[in-house]
Design a protein around this ligand. Structure first.
Ligand code: ADP
Ligand code: MG
Length: 698
């Protein structure tokens, strides 16, 4: 066995380990439950727990924990040891089925959006047996969902699991209506490409903004940015490559198949992409991957930045979310096949997605909103805030035939590419070119949702996409089930959806000004900030969609909105307070030292009686002093704005105040400080510069 095959998944209680460690009857029963979405039998859990414990102890585990994903967007864990004492004072290692299935904890310190008062503190974690447990840092990690005493979702995972059920239910109805009797499950898959920055840890530790907020709140543009286009796919620097290799090994051990790694467009920016998986497993793996990236970076004297916009002036980081749906029989429902124009099921699913994305564009947009992503979307480095779909030449041609003639009769075929040199091979081209600017792009047999921010848990966007599509599939299923001729009805629905929702399809340059105007003419929404985006969660059509599909109750939708707004408000407040602290305590004192130096110099020169050469220094002194005065004024304004915003009770109005009153002052303060940075002697500037951080690694 190769070294890689030996380490891959070595820390994971995966299917093959379960087959090996569990009695055959138990394994088969558990498999049956997972494959057919059945409820877990507690007796089964007892046997699994015992095997899991033995396996984990063999790997050095002394503790276990229920691992969950509260609304903070991070993961949470509380460790318990396997230890239990016997009457004769010895210890025994115990782990029961009950402990595996259910954890009970104090939930009062996690965001809950008013779902419960703090005195009703009980919360539960429940084992997600469809995502494998793993051993890390001598602890057995059990993936779980987190809910309140009355069963309301308090985490990112519960709605995702519910949305998978909804998509499965509605997808199966459509398949059955069209004659498929064998598929047992409809599954959504995701492959999340993760972008990130690496900076030297020593420099990171000198920047309070990076430590407290994950992004630089100040920093003048260095002479060089990404304009040369010499970073993307560039040869990887040794220190970075060492990190990447170490990271891959750590991920492989945890069963995360890190596949692609390369440099990204901005200096110090990189990407890693694992092989796709079932969406809840992909979401767990992405959380684990982000955490592992941070830890491995620290080991290499680096800091891994996962913020959407750590540096102004160069690209920020996203997380392209490659999404598809398939059946347990291995059929990808988004695979157009050799003759897509004849593929009724594919065209129907495609049309349903087109309708879902058009009808629920607002809430899909809201699923990627966070404070950091406001700096990325629409900034010509990521898709705009307008949701649209890219289909490419082949599908657009088919869609147009259906729209005009009612039916498609032909598909564009792939052509050969010849490069004109006999040493080079001739090969078949992809049928469609790439479109890097589209927010929701069809890429052969999946959709690539490109609006997601790099730090975001992918559970949010995916539960919303799954639910929106499930909702439209339920409409489709209702109609197919009632129709005499299912095939004809499928074609009719496809036609109708295409004609009614073709406005959402756009194959051109999404970064262009014309598209913004064109989208407005088409009546597509362009929601360019967090506060407005999140508000759409409370629209009646969206609340109803989530409750109809059994994914979020009305109460849960409201609580989620509250939590996310609170999170935004706190984020901006922390940014503002950090900016104030850095300016008052670090930057301006350093500028004063430089001012003193220039003033001393002027005085000394003046004593020599040579006055003419003082002009430049005096001007510099005046310019710097003017900016210092202005910066102090803005700090005072920022303090006042934060005070006023914090005093507002209602989370929505508070969000508006942070967006309209606090952020603009923060930006204006930044302008002064960045100008000062370009005037103050390097040796006096108290924090590492963009040049140091972006180009410092060997
Ligand atoms: P790109 O060239 O767009 O940067 P990458 O190779 O970096 O693409 O990433 C593509 C991602 O899409 C990978 O995570 C891959 O596993 C995933 N992917 C491939 N096929 C599917 C599919 N059918 N469903 C979901 N994800 C998929
Ligand atoms: Mg990629």
């Amino acid at each position: 066995m190769s070294e890689l095959a030996k380490i891959f998944g070595s820390q994971v209680f995966n299917d093959s380990i379960m087959r090996e460690k569990l009695p055959t009857a138990t394994y088969n029963a558990l498999r049956n439950i997972i494959d057919n979405n059945l409820t877990l039998d507690p007796n089964l859990a007892e046997v699994v727990a015992s095997a899991m414990k033995e396996w984990a102890i063999e790997r050095g585990a002394t503790h276990y924990c229920h691992w969950f994903q509260p609304m903070t967007g991070m993961t949470a864990e509380k460790h318990d040891s396997f230890i239990s004492t016997s009457k004769d004072g010895k210890i025994i290692m115990e782990f029961s089925g009950k402990e595996l299935i259910k954890g009970e904890s104090d939930a009062s310190s996690f965001p809950n959006g008013g779902i419960r008062a703090t005195f009703e503190a009980r919360g539960y974690t429940a084992w997600d047996f469809t995502s494998p447990a793993f051993v890390k840092d001598k602890t057995l990690y059990i993936p779980t969902a987190f809910c309140s005493y009355s069963g309301e979702a308090l985490d990112k995972k519960t709605p995702l699991l519910r949305s998978m059920d909804a998509l499965n239910r509605q997808g199966l109805r459509v398949l059955r209506a069209l004659g498929n009797k064998t598929a047992r499950k409809v599954i959504s898959y995701v492959g999340a490409e993760q972008e990130y920055f690496l900076v030297d840890r020593e420099l990171f530790m000198k920047r309070k903004d990076l430590i407290f907020t994950g992004r630089t709140l100040f920093g003048a543009r260095p002479p060089k940015g990404q304009e040369m286009g010499d970073q993307y796919y560039a040869s990887i620097k040794t220190r970075v490559l060492n990190f990447m290799q170490d990271l891959d090994v750590e991920l492989w051990k945890l069963g995360i198949p890190g596949k692609t790694r390369h440099n990204e467009a901005a200096p110090a920016q990189h990407e890693i992409a694992p092989i796709y998986n079932i969406v809840n497993v992909a979401a767990d793996q992405n959380q684990l991957m982000m955490e592992t990236m941070r830890k491995v970076a620290a080991r290499h004297g680096l800091a891994c930045l996962l913020h959407e916009k750590p540096f102004a002036g160069v690209n920020g980081s996203g997380k392209h979310n490659n999404w598809s749906i398939g059946t347990d029989e291995g059929v990808n429902l988004l695979d157009p096949g050799p003759e897509p124009h004849k593929n009724t099921l594919f065209l129907l699913i495609l049309a349903a997605i087109i309708r879902a994305v058009d009808v629920y564009a607002d809430v899909i947009r809201s699923s990627v909103a966070n404070a950091g992503n406001d700096y990325r979307l629409g900034a010509h480095e990521a898709p705009p805030a307008i949701v649209s779909i890219f289909l490419g030449d082949q599908l657009t041609d088919i869609i147009e035939q259906i729209e005009k003639e009612g039916e498609a009769t032909k598909s564009i075929c792939s052509t050969k590419l010849e490069m004109g040199a006999s040493a080079l091979p001739v090969f078949a081209k992809d049928i469609t070119d790439r479109n890097r600017t589209s927010p929701f792009a069809f890429t052969g047999n999946k959709f690539e949702f490109r609006m997601v921010g790099s730090s975001t848990s992918i559970s949010g966007p995916n539960f919303i996409i799954n639910t929106a599509i499930a909702d439209i599939l339920s409409e489709v299923a209702d109609r197919l089930e009632a129709a005499e001729n299912k095939e004809e009805e499928a074609k009719k629905i496809t036609r109708e959806f295409i004609r009614n929702h073709k406005r959402i399809i756009f194959n051109g340059d999404n970064y262009s000004e014309e598209w913004i105007r064109e989208a407005e003419r088409r009546g597509l929404s362009n929601i360019n900030n967090f506060v407005d985006a999140k508000k759409t969660l409370l629209q009646e059509k969206n609340i109803k969609m989530f409750s109809r599909m059994g994914v979020l109750s009305e109460k849960e939708s409201h609580s989620r909105y509250e939590i996310l707004m609170e999170n935004y408000n706190k984020t901006i407040k922390i940014e503002a307070l950090t900016a104030i602290e850095m300016v008052e305590r670090d930057i301006l004192p350093a500028v004063h030292r430089y001012i003193t130096e220039i003033a001393t110099c002027i005085n000394q020169v003046r004593e020599t009686g040579v006055h003419t050469i003082l002009e430049n220094q005096e001007k510099l002194l005046k310019d710097i002093s003017r900016l210092v005065v202005s910066a102090y004024e803005k700090v005072a304004m920022l303090k006042e704005a934060v005070k006023e915003a914090s005093a507002i009770d209602d989370v929505s109005s508070q969000g508006v105040a942070y967006r309209d009153k606090v952020i603009p002052v923060m930006h204006s303060l930044r302008d002064d400080i960045d100008s000062l940075e370009t005037m103050v002697a390097s040796k006096h500037w108290p924090i590492p510069t963009y040049g140091d951080m972006l180009f410092g690694l060997e």
